[in-house]
Design a protein around this ligand. Sequence first.
Ligand code: GSH
Length: 258
Amino acid sequence: MPKYVEVEDARTMAGLRLVLSPGVPGPWSEAAKGIFYVKKIPYIPVRQKMGGDPALREWTAQDSAPVAIYNDERPRSTWIEQLYLAERLAPQPALIPQSAADRVAMFGYANELCGENGFAWCKRLLLFHSALTAPGVSQDALALTRALAPKYGYDAARIEDARARVVEILRGLSARLEQQHRRGSRYFIGARLSALDIYWAAFCAIINPLPDELCPMTPQFRETYTNRDPAVAQAASPLLYEHRDFIYHEYLELPVDN
Ligand SMILES: N[C@@H](CCC(=O)N[C@@H](CS)C(=O)NCC(=O)O)C(=O)O
């Protein structure tokens, strides 16, 4: 586990601080870590308290993770701001494509994965739904779900829409990757690594986490993250999982350290 600093101490430090949820390979957090790792940008890991963190709220005006805070600049609590910060601090290797057409494609797909009502957002709504409706869910898991569900817009009436969105996005990404392979590229965009490859590698955890030796997590979290939804399972092609493995093995830190 990285040496986490508490929020109160991190506030007084300079440099890049990255607030993360210890022990949890959250998709947004792992993606931010991956982007900083590829660019060799060092940061101080800071502990977020999942389910409500008043100290983090006081510092960053919200209490989700990840948040990137560079010196006395404004806290960056969304994936897109974090990507632009990383690109500014270390322009090479560039993770935002050079050509406008490639940028449009990359940010479009990235928003489908990382944005509000995107893949992970909607899959999280499905996870809340299972926890709140299935029998035998532990008291701890229920308490966390009850704390997070309203924060991220859970509404039982909209669960079918959320499922359809997850399926649609997985199919779109699968089709894109197949097309790229036919063109002779192993990457989502053009012929080289972009942030989208890292986003997918990290976000895949929310349906199919890497094995425990590569990505340790509590059995409860592994159970929660492992997809049991048949429609979602069908939409995620083997090529998408192979791509996740390729990106982790070629570019990212293994085992995942959280
Ligand atoms: N704000 C991020 C998304 C961050 C996010 O949703 N974080 C979740 C990860 S599941 C979180 O911190 N949940 C725990 C909590 O809210 O206490 C973005 O829009 O890029």
